[in-house]
Design a protein around this ligand. Structure first.
Ligand SMILES: Cc1cc2nc3c(=O)[nH]c(=O)nc-3n(C[C@H](O)[C@H](O)[C@H](O)COP(=O)(O)OP(=O)(O)OC[C@H]3O[C@@H](n4cnc5c(N)ncnc54)[C@H](O)[C@@H]3O)c2cc1C
Length: 410
């Protein structure tokens, strides 16, 4: 019994360990095109590896998994974030949950996760082949699989698990062509947005704790902290928006209008009431010296100028209609986005192997028995916060359990 796993990333390595524990007599091989396994995991979370999330702040599965929420809801019942934490702690990794619900190793070192997974693969006798790029997977009439390698060799397996991760280009899925699967064209997700030459870029490093970013005329909106950078807008609110609107933004070549509510989800009337309060309480103070607590003085100064108000003017000089105009702008500040940028090199791909190809409870191909998929290669992607790795662990687990259940049947 030979089980071939294609790709030694988070999903592939996790699946290999789970399989080896469940099927100790099977030969389990992991084929990795790079020189070492888990290269991406090593750089996750800025080298700290945000390996999961407590899900305490998750209002709906769709808000964490813009693509594949229904599938993830089902799979997480099999192997949840609590299970992931228990699994790694049993393997000797101490974990800590931050205030923002992101879970990291206490060591704050992604290499601890890499070393733990590679050690367990070794201990359980998983065979790891590096510099082994798979170019072709074909299903033979006798039900076995023939796996073509870039060096011209071929490997046979009774069971294949594809865990090759996200690919920004469709050509990354070429190896699957003989299997005639439905594929959703890939699109980048989790990126920051450029505002070329906009005055806000001069405020790089400024963080606003809670904004709502939306794309006018669409349903795409996301809330959370905003970070101003020297190229434009970033931070959780923008990364989340980029994830929800990944395909829309790709289609408009990242040229779009974007609206910011600098007061989170406050309505225009609520913002107006807040400004009227300042106006009544501080008539003799300059606009630049008294401002809403959620903004810092540099940002407030900049926003006043963008709204054509003199920062040195007194609050009493503001005509009520100026207050209305200012509150309209602060709650719906429309900006022109032109281009995207990677956030600390972090991005994932949405799209990939369509979910219609797989049985949702096992992740086995509906058309090819013994062929499974796990991780980012499937059309599932998440916002930042540890949800993408959680998906990789969960799917790796479910595939291992499904294969073992199928093989152990009399
Ligand atoms: C910089 C960065 C930081 C990130 N930080 C986080 C984070 O903190 N938390 C989080 O949840 N998510 C994070 N992510 C996303 C997360 O890393 C991925 O979603 C996750 O690694 C996907 O796991 P996977 O196993 O599906 O794919 P991968 O981990 O990408 O593994 C796929 C493997 O398959 C190999 N492969 C591909 N094609 C072939 C082939 N033809 N033959 C053989 N091998 C092949 C690849 O070389 C790779 O090793 C981050 C992503 C990046 C890029």
């Amino acid at each position: 019994m030979h089980i071939a796993i294609i790709g030694a990333g988070a999903a592939g390595c996790f699946c290999a360990i789970e399989l080896a524990q469940r099927l100790p007599h099977a030969v389990i091989s992991v084929y990795e095109r790079a020189g070492k396994p888990l290269a991406k995991v090593a750089v996750t979370g800025g080298g700290r590896c945000n390996l999961t999330n407590t899900f305490e702040g998750v209002r709906s599965m769709e808000s964490a998994y813009p693509h594949g929420a229904r599938l993830m809801k089902r799979l997480l019942r099999e192997f949840s974030h609590d299970d992931v934490c228990r699994w790694f702690e049993q393997a000797g990794v101490r974990l800590v949950a931050q205030e923002d619900h992101c879970v990291f190793p206490v060591s704050q070192d992604a290499m601890e996760i890499v070393h733990t997974l590679t050690r367990l693969m070794r201990q359980h006798g998983v065979r790891l082949f590096t510099h082994a790029r798979v170019t072709r997977i074909a299903h033979a009439d006798d039900g076995t699989y023939s796996i073509g390698m870039a060096d011209g060799s071929t490997v046979q397996a009774q069971c294949v698990v594809v865990t090759t991760g996200g690919s920004p280009k469709l050509s990354g899925l070429d190896m699957l062509q003989p299997l005639s699967l439905e594929v959703v064209p890939p699109a980048p997700s989790l990126f920051s947005l450029c505002l070329p030459n906009h005055p806000l870029c001069q405020l790089m490093g400024t963080v606003v704790d809670e904004v709502t970013a939306s794309i006018p005329g669409t349903k795409f909106r996301a809330s959370g902290p905003l970070l101003l950078t020297h190229w434009g807008l970033s931070g959780p609110a923008i990364l989340r928006l980029s994830s929800y609107a990944a395909r829309y933004l790709q289609e408009c070549d990242y040229q779009s209008r974007l609206a910011l509510n600098w007061f989170g989800d406050a309505s225009e009337a609520e913002v107006l009431a807040l400004l009227q309060d300042l106006w009544q309480r501080h008539p003799q103070k300059q606009l630049q010296s008294v401002y809403p607590p959620c903004l810092n003085s540099r940002l407030w100064h900049c926003l006043l100028e963008l709204c054509q108000q003199r920062p040195a003017a007194r609050w009493s000089e503001l005509h009520p209609k100026h207050l209305v105009r200012l509150s309209a702008m602060l709650s719906h500040h429309v900006l022109s986005v032109s281009g995207k940028n990677r956030f600390k090199e972090e991005f994932v791909t949405c799209g990939g192997v369509a979910l219609s190809n797989v049985a949702p409870s096992t992740l086995e191909s509906r058309r090819h028995a013994g062929l499974y998929f796990a991780g980012e290669v499937l059309d599932v992607d998440a916002v930042t916060g540890g949800f993408n790795l959680q998906a990789a662990w969960t799917m790796g687990y479910v595939v291992a359990k499904s294969i073992a259940a199928a093989r152990l049947l009399p």
